[in-house]
Design a protein around this ligand. Structure first.
Ligand SMILES: N=c1c2ncn([C@@H]3O[C@H](COP(=O)(O)OP(=O)(O)OP(=O)(O)O)[C@@H](O)[C@H]3O)c2ncn1[C@@H]1O[C@H](COP(=O)(O)O)[C@@H](O)[C@H]1O
Length: 123
């Protein structure tokens, strides 16, 4: 079974935890966060992003990378709650990454700057 299947299965569980789908904040962590609303899960995303940075620094100090994997899992999980709340799916993110496939970040940035310069020269 592929990793994207696991993301799709988790997305389906998160969907089932929405208040409109009967998610119970007393019995489910996801339902509790969704019930509390965006401020609650967006705060968790901020925390998990910071913990991801700290775990990466731990790798620089000789760590084996497992903390980094754990923190990225927490980060992805909380981002998936945000995606679900705003009506998006992991498949949408994978599609966006696929769309970018083969387009160098440096080329894309240069293209963006050229478009901005062009617009500025016309204004
Ligand atoms: N993948 C996860 C997952 N990853 C992390 N977490 C929870 O996310 C929280 C992470 O927060 P922290 O590490 O900051 O720990 P904490 O101090 O307890 O956090 P807070 O008190 O600040 O909320 C912990 O409570 C973890 O248990 C997760 N909780 C649930 N899932 C998945 O979501 C499914 C549905 O979960 P429920 O909605 O709880 O049934 C589960 O079956 C899992 O597949």
């Amino acid at each position: 079974m592929s990793s994207t299947d696991a993301l799709a299965r988790l997305a389906a569980v998160i969907e089932s935890r929405k208040p409109a789908n009967g998610g119970d904040p007393e019995k489910s962590y996801v339902a509790r966060l969704l019930h509390k609303g965006p401020d609650a899960f967006l705060k968790k995303i901020g925390e998990e992003a910071t913990e991801t940075v700290m775990a990466a620094k731990d790798c620089d100090q000789g760590g084996d990378g497992q903390k980094l994997v754990n923190e990225v899992a927490d980060l992805w999980f909380h981002c998936m709650i945000a995606l679900a709340h705003y009506g998006k799916t992991p498949a949408d993110v994978v599609d966006e990454l696929s769309r970018r496939e083969g387009l160098s970040g440096l080329e894309e940035k240069a293209l963006r700057k050229a478009v901005a310069r062009e617009a500025e020269s016309k204004s």
